[in-house]
Design a protein around this ligand. Sequence first.
Ligand code: CP
Length: 312
Amino acid sequence: MPLKRKDLLGIEPLSVEEINLILNTAKAFKEVSTRDVKKVPTLRGKTIINLFFEPSTRTRTSFEIAGKRLSADILNISASTSSVVKGETLVDTARNLEAMYPDIIIIRHSRAGAPHLLANICRASVINAGDGAHEHPTQALLDAFTIKEYKKQIKGLKVAIIGDILHSRVARSNIHLLTKLGAEVRIAGPATYIPVEIEKLGVKVYHHIDAAFEGCDVVMMLRIQRERQDKSYLPSLREYFNLFGLTPERLRRATKDVIIMHPGPLNRGVEISSEAADGPYSVILEQVTNGVAVRMAVLYLLMGGKYEEVVS
Ligand code: CP
C-alpha cells in the first residue's frame, strides 16, 4: 500500500491506517541502520532539500542520515547562511529552490503554516519538520514507534505529557497521534502553559504532576520553549523544577515498567533531572535512533514507495 499524499504537513489530517503504514514501514527500515553498509538504493536519483529556519540537531541530522541511507542526494540550507538574511521572502526562496527540481523539501520554520504555504506552491513533496507551536509530525511518529517497541500497542496506554504544552508542537502532534491510536492522554503543567479548551482534543488536564503520573505507562517530558515566549510564564525555573520537574522519586506513582521520553534538547535540572534522563526508565536515545527509521519511511512513502516492497 502506498501513502496517497504529496506532503506530510501534520498528524491531524492523517488516518489511523496512514499512521500505521508509516510505523510498519519504519519497522522494516530500522534494520538498515544496523548493517555494515548502511545504504539501500531505494531513492537513488532523488534530490532532497533540508530547509531549516530554526536551529536543530536531531531532526535535521536525522533527515539527512535517512536520505543518505536511501541513496538520495540531500543538501542542507539554514536561514543564517541563505539569502533570507538579505531580505528574500519564504515564497521567493521556495520558488528558487523549486526551479532546481528537488523531489522533497523538508522545512522547519518559526511560523505555523509555513510548510502548508510551500506545499501549495511547490511541485516537490513538502515535509513539516516543525512549524511554530503547531505540529512536528515526524517527532510524534518516532515517539509512537518507540512506544510500540516497548509496549507493543498504544491503545489503552496512559500517557502523561508534562510541561510547556502551550508552545509545544511536539505535544500537539503527539496528542493528535496518541488519541487517534486509542491512548489515554494526560497533560500537566503550570496553568499558564495549558492551552484554553485543550480538553477538546480528547486529553485530560492535571495541574499536579503526581496525579498525572498515577498508573501511567509513558511519561513524556517537554522543554520550556523559551524561544516562543515574549513574557514570563513562570515565577522561577527552580520553582518549576520543584513542581513539574521529573525525578526518579516522582515516578513511584507510575507503572513499574514506565518509560521516560523527551524529544530533546534536554534542559537538565529544569524539566528533568539527570538521574531520570540517564536512568533505567529512559528511552530518550532510542527515540533518536528510531527517528532515522521513521524518516526513511516517510521519505520512501512520499516518493510512492510501497510497504510490501520493503518487506519482500
Ligand atoms: N526533537 C527535536 O525536534 O530536536 P531538534 O530541535 O534538535 O531537531
